[in-house]
Unconditional design. Structure first.
Lengths: 777, 175
């Protein structure tokens, strides 16, 4: 027996009804009477003293009403704000700018054109200061100091390490083979197609309504209350439809704070919406990890130890969005799918004259950096000892019977069947056939490559003992109200940005409550109505809020069973929940549906029970979930141009129990494309003076439908043993797993030339240069 | 669904520069407006007319979120001045559903899960409508090239291709 729209069905998405009609409601769609706009004059310098601000010409621009400077904010103690990593960043600078494109003065105007005119007319005098862009130079004693406001007179922010350093060194020293590799994981921008923005509006009672592009509305409300001193009940954060998040809409940006100040100052609602150029220049970046790694193995291919040292470039402030106890995120998932005996990881955070950040890019905190490193290393071990990379992986995988598995760096993996996923991917792609073809092609001087990535993800942050953001524990919530007519309104502390929560949460509740999905409405993103939650990022919604939905629904079932017993004139113990009904044990024709019970809950409640049928759950996950997968990429390289053509890409994912296969597959396609992007197209670079190289989509190459291959997907299902329905989360697995598969394929193609590494993004010119240097092109 | 009455709206965008009066048919309805010289079509549609289905994703005509049909051809409305549409026909996402009947492209996007966050979707659908009008039987490769001026960050384009194929089939074409 199935329930319509229950778990496991490819239910069409409820939210699409408005999106396909152009009736979504995004932040920039919000128009309030008397609404004003802000824009910013930005710094042309990467590091400079502000010597004077001349607002006169800006204020003469018709429609410009006011300007706001850092000194204005300082008077209200709002010139600086905390980052989520307990660092500090400027809202607007009082006297010094720290990166090119930094917001310096805000212009408040009647409309967006006047605001932009005002920003252009603003005159600011600067005295340029020495700039440091390279984090290694920033660590030198003679480097310009990026943050003289800090007590520690150094660009070194923090050191973090985990694992057994001496043990790992000893193990590597006696390993038959040690492979050393350096990886630079370039700076990226998430580039959701909707940029960031907000509308700040105060009512006559001084209550703030903040419509904003945020993935974490409740946490933002608390942060605003703590920073501004406004009572928290006088702040309502509304996150309407969000045009993609990917981690970029977790932090608090200066524009949000200035919009609130401008609304207070003018008494009008104020809108701020970033342009794309602003977004690429100043919103939080991702990655920017300089990694150096050593991996050991026996000569017959058994992996031994792993040692990783990383310099993390954070720009001028550590504005990462990690759980507070993890300055390098969950980077220590870096032992991946393999049972290393010993491992050691250290990361040092560094200030440079670049925009602040360190957020995710559709990946759970720093997991892509880790997965890329281990999956590249494993391939190079295979190449070095002359073993097939698939065989090496199969030889080393943590076996299914070893779960729950305690990794060398402290995680307890919940479940996995890594060989199952790789074997399926190899079958789907005809791996032996491809290797035969490759051997033939090599004889003909052609460059064909096959790359594997068998990654392990870590998502679902997280257990309260370890996971908090600014002290807020990373639980997640669901509140269910069943109305007398058997219709349901359920609210969550998460916030969909395209994940389809209105559909998938309804499916979980349909199965758990025995009501069809179309009877269940889901609401998120309004802090006045939704229960408190930490929001949607790091693939945490299904592992945390999905579990809260199940537990809240089961609380409802407990009460409903008493009401059903009352209606059936039996005792609750005589009933069982079967086929989505309460049935008298052994007498299935005597039963009550959840809809029957809902009506009775308001019209004929059982004696001694409260009226109504509602429940709320705040779910504290007992562990993280560990989705995994195996990807195989096949490339052909054009010898003349260096262009890499992805011929096939097979992705086998295992995210445990699947709620909506259609939605999961869609997320995998999207995640794979955001895995392709850093492997071959996207990066943000700066010259030594701190000038950004390209701040438009002309230079920042978001893949189009032409670059994106025809993805092929497959699945295995290994449920999480600790999640109430065995689900693990999937939105970011492909972003984590794909880059290594692509680069492994490219390096594999070029390996006959002795190539063992290539820097990402792999542009055609880099490949061409190698081919040229080796006398091929 | 043409109307004989010509609605005349006063733009809520404060008009400070030189203005022009334009006559334009938007989603089959003729209008007369006064617009400032430099007002972009996308801002005119969104801020003056409240037709917020057309989105803005970049400033440089790369992302395609603002795509509308101008005389049945897809254009990026962030790079068209409102005054340039004088005497012409504009169709936006709000004009795809006619008489309560969805356009096959809209049905295709919903049926094939061709959208996630929905932000690129209106522009993507307008490009798709123009493609199918010109080529009712596009191959996957032709579809991918036709939508290469529209960026999507969520879907990886696979299901958008399927959505357009779905619409082609529903309209009697399709490969």
């Amino acid at each position: 027996m199935t329930i319509h729209g229950g778990i496991g069905q490819s239910l069409a998405r409820k939210e699409d009804a408005r999106f396909i009609r152009g009736k979504g409601n995004y932040v920039d769609d919000i128009q309030l009477p008397g609404m004003l706009y802000i824009d910013f004059t930005r710094s042309p310098y990467a590091h400079a003293k502000i010597t004077a601000i001349h607002p006169e010409n800006a204020l003469k621009v018709p429609g410009v009403l006011a300007v706001i400077t850092g000194k204005d904010l300082d008077a209200a103690k709002l010139a600086w704000m905390p980052t989520l990593m307990s660092d500090t960043q400027m809202v607007l600078p009082i006297d010094t700018v720290k990166f090119q494109g930094q917001e310096v003065v805000a212009i408040v105007a009647e409309n967006r054109y006047a605001a932009a005119d005002g920003a252009a007319a603003m005159e600011i005098d600067y005295d340029p200061l020495p700039v440091v862009i390279d984090p290694f130079k920033a660590l030198q004693p003679d480097s310009p100091l990026v943050r003289p406001d800090k007590p520690k007179k150094s660009n070194h922010i923090w050191h973090w390490e985990v694992g057994d350093k001496a043990g790992t060194d000893a193990l590597l020293a006696k390993s038959d083979v040690v492979v050393h590799q350096d990886f630079y994981i370039p700076r990226l921008n998430v580039s959701s197609i909707e940029t960031c923005g907000c509308v700040a509006s105060f009512d006559a009672m001084g209550r703030l309504t903040m419509y904003m592009t945020t993935q974490a509305p409740h946490a933002i409300r608390t942060v605003f209350a703590l920073v501004s001193g406004l009572p928290e009940q006088s702040i309502r954060v509304i996150s309407p439809d969000i045009g993609g998040g990917f981690g970029g809409k977790v932090p608090v940006y200066p524009g949000y704070v200035v919009a609130i100040v401008a609304a207070l100052k003018t008494g009008h609602p104020v809108k701020w919406v970033e342009t794309r150029m602003n977004n690429l220049m100043s919103s939080s970046f991702a990655r920017d990890y300089h990694i150096t790694a050593d991996i050991g193995a026996t000569k017959d291919g058994k992996l031994t130890g792993l040692k990783v040292k990383t310099i993390a470039d954070h720009g001028y402030a550590d504005a990462a969005a990690n759980p507070s106890k993890f300055p390098a995120g969950l980077f220590h998932i870096i032992t991946g799918s393999y049972p290393f005996e010993k491992a050691f990881v250290e990361v040092d955070g560094v200030y440079t004259n670049k925009p602040p950040g360190g957020i995710a890019y559709r990946c759970s905190f720093r997991v892509t950096e880790a997965a890329y490193t281990i999956e590249r290393l494993v391939d190079e071990v295979a190449h070095k000892i002359g073993m097939d990379p698939a065989e090496l992986r199969l030889k080393n995988f943590i076996p299914p019977e070893a779960f729950p598995y305690h990794s060398a760096l402290g995680w307890t993996y919940d479940s996995g069947n890594y060989a199952g996923a790789l074997n399926l991917a190899m079958k789907m792609v005809d791996y032996p056939g491809l290797r035969r073809e490759q051997a033939e092609k090599r004889k003909q001087g052609e460059f064909m490559g096959i790359g594997i990535s068998s990654f392990t993800e870590i998502v679902g942050a997280g257990p309260s003992a370890q996971f908090d953001i600014l002290g807020l524990k990373m639980f997640e919530s669901c509140e269910i109200r069943i109305h007398p007519t058997g219709k349901v309104m359920a609210r969550f502390g998460t916030k969909s940005q395209g994940q389809g929560h209105e559909t998938t949460y309804a499916q979980i509740l349909a199965t758990e409550l025995g009501l069809p999905a179309e009877s269940i409405s889901i609401e998120e993103g309004d802090t006045d109505t939704a229960p408190y939650g930490l929001g949607t990022y790091a693939s945490r919604s299904t592992p945390t809020a999905g579990a809260a939905a199940v537990i809240a629904a089961r609380k409802i079932r407990d009460k409903a069973q008493k009401i059903a017993a009352h209606l059936l004139e039996v005792s609750p113990e005589d009933l069982e929940w079967k086929d989505y009904k309460f049935q008298v044990k052994g007498v299935p024709e005597k039963s009550k549906t959840m809809a029957d019970v809902a009506f009775a809950a308001y019209t004929n409640p059982a004696p001694g029970t409260e009226a109504g049928l509602e429940a709320v759950d705040y779910y504290d996950p007992p562990n993280m979930t560990f989705p995994f997968g195996s990807y195989i990429c096949v490339v052909d390289i054009d010898k003349g141009t260096g262009q890499v053509h992805i011929r096939r890409f097979v992705a086998v994912d295992d995210c445990g129990t699947i709620i909506n296969p259609m939605v999961v597959e869609g997320q995998i396609h999207g995640g794979l494309t955001m895995g392709l992007a850093p492997a071959m197209y996207e990066q943000i670079t700066y010259d030594a003076g701190g000038n950004i190289h390209g701040s438009s989509f002309l230079d920042y190459l978001v893949p189009t439908a032409v670059e994106a291959p025809h993805w092929e997907t497959g699945k295995t299902t290994t449920p999480s043993p600790h999640h109430p329905i065995g689900a693990k989360g999937v939105g970011e697995s492909p972003t984590v797993g794909a880059p290594a598969a692509i680069v492994n394929a490219i390096v594999d193609a070029l390996s006959p030339l002795g190539v063992t590494s290539i820097d990402i993004p792999v542009y055609p010119w880099k490949v061409w240069q190698i081919l040229h240097d080796k006398g091929v092109a | 669904m043409a109307s004989t009455a010509i609605p005349r709206l006063t733009s809520p965008l404060p008009i400070r520069g030189a203005t022009h009066t334009i006559h334009v048919t938007i989603n089959d309805v003729p209008f007369e407006f006064a617009v400032e010289d430099r007002t972009l079509l996308v801002h005119f549609l969104r801020d003056a007319l409240g037709m917020t289905g057309t989105h803005i994703g970049c400033d440089t005509t790369h992302c395609g979120a603002c795509t509308v049909l101008l005389d049945d051809r897809p254009v990026k409305s962030c790079t068209v001045l409102a005054v340039q549409v004088d005497g012409r026909k504009v169709r936006t996402v709000e004009g795809l559903e006619v008489g309560g009947k969805l356009n096959p492209v809209q049905e295709g996007f919903a049926a094939e899960h061709g959208l996630q966050c929905g932000y690129c979707t209106p522009g993507m659908m307008m490009t798709s409508v123009a493609l199918l009008a010109k080529n009712p039987n596009p191959s996957e490769d032709e579809i991918r090239h036709a939508i290469s001026g529209n960026l999507c960050r969520c879907t990886g384009y696979m299901n958008i291709v399927k959505a357009i194929q779905h619409a082609a089939k529903a309209s009697g074409g399709g490969k």
